[in-house]
Structure formats: C-alpha cells, structure tokens
Write a protein of this length. Structure first.
Lengths: 243, 243
DNA sequence: AGCGCTGATTTTGTATGCAATCTGATTGCG
DNA sequence: CGCAATCAGATTGCATACAAAATCAGCGCT
C-alpha cells in the first residue's frame, strides 16, 4: 500500500507515528482516509491479518482500529465473518444529511460569537486549498477536494466551541464523504466551493441566520446531487433491466 | 457485584447472555449501567484484571468494552494508566445539554409523522413505570427513575426514524445521566415526570412546535437544576473554603 | 451437469504471555 | 526532617497461541 510513491509522504507519516505513539489510531486514520477517498470500495473485506501485515503489527491493534471505524459507521463488522467497508443505504445517506442540516447551523451560531482573526485565516487557507484543487483534473484531485470540503465544515465545528457536537459532525462528515463517493454523480463538489465562500462571508459579517440558511442550502445542494434511488443489493431485477 | 440479590435478575441476565453471545457488549452494558446509576463513582479506576475476574473473562474482552465506553464519553482512558469513570466538567455538561436541546425537538418532528398506536402504548408504559418509581423512596428508586426518564427520551428517538440521530441521543442520554448523578441537587427528576406527560400529550395531538417547545423547556429544566459551578479538581482552595 | 455433503484451510474470537510503564515504598542523602 | 533516587510490585500495551467458526474445494450422489 503506497509502496511505489516517493518517500516525502512516508516521512510525514513516520513523524506523526513517532510522536503520537498511538499506533491503533494511525491505522484507524489511514483506513478512514482510504475509505472516504474510496480507494477502498464499499463492502471490501478488511482482513485483520492482511491489514496487520501491511502496517507490520499484530491483529490486536488492527481490531481496535476496526472497532473504532465501526463506531463511526465507516465499517460494518459481522460476527465471525469480519469487517467490511460500509455500504450506506440511501436511507442512511438521507439520515446523515438530515443530521448535518440540523447540527451545522447550530454550530454556526456558536462559531460567530467566538470567531477571531486566527480562525478566519484558517478558513481562508482552507478555501485557498479548495480553489487550488478545483483547477486540477483527475480522480486524486477530486478525492482531495471532497476531503478539503469536509475540512471546511470541520473548521466550523472546531470554532463553535461545542466539543460534543464537533465529535458528532466529525462522524457525519466522514460518512458524507463515503456517501458522496458512492452516490455522487456530477462534479458537484465544485459548486460547493463557491458556497463555502459565501458562508465564510456571512460568518465574518456575523449574520447567524444567513449562515444557517446558507449551510442548509449548501447541504441540500450536496444531497440533491446524489443519486439516491434504491440500488446496491436487493434490486436484482432492477440491476438487470433498469440501467 | 450483585452477589447479595435474589437470582431473578441474574436469570434475566443469563438469558440474554446466552442468546446474544456477544460478551464484550454484556460487559459494556453492565459497566454502563453501573456508571450512569453512579454505583461507580467518577474517577473510579476500572482495572482490566479486576473487571475480567468479575465477569470471568480475559482482559481482551474487558478492553473492548472499555474502549466502547470511552467512545461514548463514559470512561476516560489514559495511556499506560488505565480506564477511569468519566468525570464530566461543567462545561462538558453544558455542551451535552445544548446538544440535546438541538436534537430532541428535531426528533420530535419525525416522531409525530410516524407515531402509531404501538408507539403510544410504549410511551404510556414508560410513563406508568416512572409514576410507579416516583412513589418509592430510596437511592435505588432514584437511580431507576433517572434511567426510566432516559428511556422516555430514547423512545422518542426510536420513533423518529432517524437512526443516526438516535445513536447520538443514546450517547447524550447516557452522559446526561452521569452528569445528573454528579451535579444534580434536588429531587428534580420528579418534576420531570409531569413534563413527560405533557410532551406525550402534545405528541398525540401532533403539535410539533409545542412538543419542541416543551422538550426544550424540559431539558432546560433539568439543566437548571444542576449545580454547575466549577468544582472537581483544580479548585483546591474552593473545595476547602467555599462549601 | 447440478446439488448437497464432508473435510481441509482460512479467518475470526478469546486467552495468555512477555515486555514496557507506572505506582508507591523504602532507602540514602542533604 | 524533608526530599530525591531507586527498586519491587502491579498494571497496561502488544504479540502470540489456541479454539471455534466460516469458507472453499473436492467428492459422491441423483
């Protein structure tokens, strides 16, 4: 996994490995990234032994990582059968977005009160990164773009000052990324960027209700761009004749 | 642990043990109940070996259970030091209640659309149980009352049809119970009961905004009855001279 | 050829063992 | 007497070993 790349990235990886000293979390994060980037397709079997050999560790730590992922809804564990990359149903997807429409405007209210110059700078950095990525073509850039978009929303959560809701949103954003990778159809992520800009503007102006409205609209926008018609198992006949 | 009681409860326990066949979850549930009932005080050390011997199992399963509890915010794990019952700060408590004020009215909206006769019967059962407990005196009854109150809110979540938010609320309710056990002062739980009745009435009438308002008021009520002035560590001088 | 069955192989579930770290008690020193 | 260093005991972190379950292949049967 990632064997063939230049070593610059690996170095970064080692740096945080040495400092954090929490190897299960590293495994968790790598798997998580791979899942939301869709380098691991839904329903992919996540064999403990295989992952263990990749990270050169025992199954013990792999199991903890997989457990964490299952709590976040990114993997599904079936007893005596193993762990698989989650394959969220359309209904699940709707629930995730409903939760985001509820939580994010609330976070915005808190964020507006606490927003300082540092935060704004961080937001602008993220927006710049998104702009950069928008120009690049290719699947990798698209993945990075989805991730960057998530970072924007997480920045909002961080500023809000409610750690409980922040943790919830972290899960929701990760699951959203998976859902988008699964059901996304157009290059919708690009229109999302302009909306992020608008949201930041409204934040700076301290207009909470406007931020809320923009967020709801933005999340709606993302959801509407998904193809959430029933598929993925169960629709055998559909799969054969509908497409 | 529970050695002195009659065996009727233990039988129930064994029944579900045999069927579920998921021993880590059983350990998790028992610890969770003990924590939110405050039979385990905050900051109590949860030794792996000790718990293992209590449940007659290896540390492996105990560790998984403790991990689950830490994800839910009910225990705190310190590296190389072990797991401890969480001791939520007042700030944390406020965040938990803020999250509930946000989520529960949203759940109510979904619940009203889906509410059927079975659900209403379930609600009434829960209310009856609460009434029953209200009459009983003693610490055990008080614990059971807090738990029953949580069940009412979880019933709302179950009916709402959003599994994602339901999972969030499950965590929030558990943490609330812990917080109430920690910071609760009066027999506030009793006034909560009447409010539950009102909420159910409004639910039956299908008046979403009224249910929402009642819920917010109810949660506010619970929170206002807490003593959330800074304490628990750090306030050494305060602890000595203020009380 | 299709189908079910049995046994070998693989994979997960749980227990145990060993090394690393922490605790806290005793000892020696200022 | 107070305080720091040290060493023994206990506890956690991680790896490994063993048991149970599932998967897969080959076989015989219809």
């Amino acid at each position: 996994m990632g064997r063939g790349m230049t070593m610059t990235l690996a170095d970064t990886h080692f740096a945080e490995w040495k400092t954090s000293e929490d190897r299960a979390v590293v495994i968790h994060d790598q798997l998580r990234d791979a899942i939301i980037d869709r380098r691991l397709a839904p329903d992919t079997k996540l064999s403990e032994a295989e992952i263990g050999s990749i990270f050169d560790t025992s199954r013990t730590l792999v199991r903890t990582a997989l457990q964490m992922l299952s709590f976040e809804g990114l993997v599904r564990v079936e007893r005596n059968r193993g762990a698989f990359v989650a394959n969220p149903s359309p209904e699940e997807a709707r629930q995730v977005f409903a939760a985001r429409r509820l939580i994010e405007p609330a976070l915005a209210i808190g964020a507006i009160e606490r927003l300082d110059a540092t935060d704004i700078a961080a937001f602008k950095d993220l927006l710049a990164k998104e702009t950069e990525l928008m120009a690049v073509r290719g699947a990798d850039a698209r993945r990075a773009e989805i991730r960057a978009s998530g970072d924007f929303h997480m920045q909002l959560a961080r500023v809000s000052g409610n750690a409980v809701l922040e943790k919830f949103l972290e899960e929701l954003v990760a699951r959203s990324s998976l859902v988008i990778a699964l059901y996304g159809q157009s290059g919708a992520s690009s229109c999302g960027h302009g909306e992020h800009q608008e949201i930041l503007d409204a934040l700076e102006q301290g207009d909470a209700s406007r931020v809320g409205a923009l967020l709801v609209h933005h999340i709606d926008h993302i959801e509407k761009d998904l193809d959430l018609r029933m598929r993925s198992s169960q629709g055998l006949k559909d799969a054969l004749f509908s497409s």
